[in-house]
Design a protein around this ligand. Sequence first.
Ligand SMILES: [Zn+2]
Length: 310
Amino acid sequence: MNNRENGGLRMMAARFVGAVRLRNEPRCGRAAPDELALSLTPMMARYKALVRWKVAKYLSMGRVRAVSCPVCGSATEVANADTRFSVVRCTSCGHATASRTPHDEELQALYDGLVYWHKDKGHGGIESFTEGNWDAWLAPRLDSIYRLAGFVDTPPKQVLEVGCSEGRLLYELRLRGHDVFGYECNAQIAALGSHAFSIPIAGEGFAASKVAGRWFDLVLAYHTLEHVGDVVAMVRDMASVMKPEAKMVIELPIETVYDNPDHVHFFTHQSIRLLLGRVFLTVDLFPHGFIDAHGTQIDSAFAIASGPRN
Ligand SMILES: [Zn+2]
């Protein structure tokens, strides 16, 4: 990263993070061009992705490919052909998914910049990294870790979170003494969060090869796997860096209407059990739900998995 990019990022962090004080912050007189460059880059990526989706739709001439269920391998039927990825649903486990596997570049384009962060966190009444209803956002996550997964603070643990966004949960766990590490495919949010909370966040997609030689006691992924292309490969990869006694804690939305344009997967309780059961010996499911800032009931499920199969 060159100095100009770095300066722009730091200034954006100062504005975005709100109450967090960024010490030794240099004054930057060229704010507008730097911020413009930051906001244009993801805009161009989104535009390119949009063109690619349109071309893919046109070339398929409205046909939806008959893919098999990525979770259980059964046949699928068309559930909603009008969405970005044309959603099909498994006739056995009910898992719904994109009728083609999106490219990493396409997926990344969905979350670049700060727009997605504001849309996602805004549902919960969160305005910046430090302002808004963070306690309500943290409470169910901490409950899933401590009560549902039986996590304890002593001795300190190695914690990995995949899709950690700004890293607010990892920051909370680090305050409790743990060694934390996060992956976030939105490089801009990763850099801002890493700077604001002084925690290591890699601004790229997770792969086990990237943490070779490091083993974790706790592996987390909240509202992340529904955005991943090959979800079975991702869970296997995450499981491969767990210590023998480690636990994985995930949360996934349970959706029966397939109109969320950003989701590649729409899970059922059964498909979550099947997915994790392919990789782990023990899987426990806990239905959860909350009402978002618009008053809409959002159903989800926490899953605790342990005992990775070899
Ligand atoms: Zn299935």
